[in-house]
Design a protein around this ligand. Structure first.
Ligand SMILES: C=CC1=C(C)c2cc3[nH]c(cc4nc(cc5[nH]c(cc1n2)c(C)c5CCC(=O)O)C(CCC(=O)O)=C4C)c(C)c3C=C
Ligand code: FE2
Ligand code: FE2
Length: 336
């Protein structure tokens, strides 16, 4: 009798350094910023970028960024700690939903450890035949989600017997994602004093990528609209902004930091800020938003500034992930 085929669910996040130290940050940034999905360009433009990256950025940036990581570091990088928690919580829920058909859940990162490509090798070598990948990006972008597809494609090219792979493309408008966000924001608002505005800050991308067809900003705006609707907010009570600008080119606007600088003079003195594109708290939320941008807002005359944590491993988010498994791989877990 043949063994039933084994099924894996892999939660994939971006990646993060191994340590909050210059050398580790340099290795991480080199791998991440050398991906031509992240910084696009062919021919001369590519050569120019690689010389700027290797000649300037990788000498100057790691020291500064390592200090920022040190300010949020726990026993490991928050992103990795949270990804492990998301994996173990999802495993428990899937076990209770699907019993003997429950898939095994794994963590992977596009850049750094635990790497996605080594995991695909391990899964294949240990008898897994079906793999559902869930990128931890609710909104699709060619800069984040597509590299997951790329690594899978490169892996498959080397296989005689390819893995049966499915990849969740996006879930920016999934009712359970919007509900999880709405509950997170509503619970926070119930426990804190009322504010003038809720800022929904998303990681940016270069405007050029969006102009060429990356649907990311459209999906971000849709998430915001659905969330505001679910929370019953009037148009004046919320806005969408884009953070984490990198380099001299124009990125998606309005910029989070520039907006925060202007809001107090427009009478917005108290605000809350949430970051729906980040499923897990990380450098970009815990340091850039909760620390750096707080200072920007308060220095400009703001009176109160609260960061609303990411969904992380909360029940609503794990429930969404379990729904994605059921919806996109139900036939693998005995549902249909
Ligand atoms: C240079 C171009 C970059 C693009 C395009 C980009 C898109 C993008 N990134 C995320 C999510 C995260 N980015 C994080 C860190 C980070 N991002 C960039 C650059 C680009 N991101 C850099 C250089 C860094 C490292 C920090 C720094 O040097 O400033 C993180 C946090 C990682 C962590 O370890 O905590 C996340 C998460 C999204 C969602 C996105 C496009 C949609
Ligand atoms: Fe980024
Ligand atoms: Fe940043």
């Amino acid at each position: 009798m043949t063994q039933p085929s084994k099924t894996a669910v892999v939660l994939v996040n971006l990646g993060t350094p191994d340590k909050a130290e210059k050398g580790a940050v340099r290795r991480y940034l080199k791998e991440f910023l050398s991906d031509d999905r992240v910084v696009e360009g062919k021919g001369l433009r590519r050569l120019l970028w690689l010389s700027v990256l290797n000649g300037i950025i990788l000498n100057v940036r790691p020291g500064k960024v390592a200090k920022a990581y040190a300010s949020i570091w726990e026993e490991d990088s928050p992103m990795r700690i949270i990804l492990d928690k998301q994996v173990s919580e999802l495993q428990l829920v899937l076990q209770s939903h699907h019993g003997e058909h429950s898939p095994d859940v794994f963590a992977a990162m596009t850049y750094g450890k635990p790497g996605l490509t080594p995991l695909l090798h391990k899964l294949s070598d240990t008898g897994y035949e079906k793999v559902l990948l869930i990128p931890m990006y609710p909104q699709y972008s060619a800069t984040t989600t597509a590299p997951v597809y790329d690594q899978v494609a490169k892996f498959q090219l080397q296989q005689r017997r390819v893995l049966d792979v499915r990849i969740v493309n996006s879930y920016y408008d999934h009712p359970k994602y919007v509900e999880a966000l709405a509950n997170q924001v509503a619970n926070f608002r119930a426990e804190n004093e009322s504010v003038d505005k809720l800022i929904l800050s998303y990681h940016g991308i270069p405007k050029e990528y969006a102009d060429k067809g990356d649907p990311y900003p459209l999906q971000c705006h849709k998430t915001s609209e659905l969330l505001a609707e679910k929370l019953g907010l009037a148009d004046t009570e919320w806005m969408t902004t884009f953070q984490s600008r990198f380099g001299p080119a124009e990125w998606l606007q309005p910029y989070t930091d520039k907006t925060l600088e202007k809001l107090p003079e427009q009478g917005v003195k108290k605000l809350q800020i949430a970051c729906p594109a980040f499923s897990a708290d990380c450098l970009e939320t815990l340091e850039e938003i909760a620390e750096e941008n707080r200072e920007v807002f308060m220095d400009a005359g703001g009176e109160s500034y609260d960061y609303i944590p990411a969904l992380n491993a909360n029940d609503g988010f794990i429930e969404l992930l379990a729904s994605l498994v059921r919806e996109q791989a139900g036939d693998w877990v005995g549902v249909r």
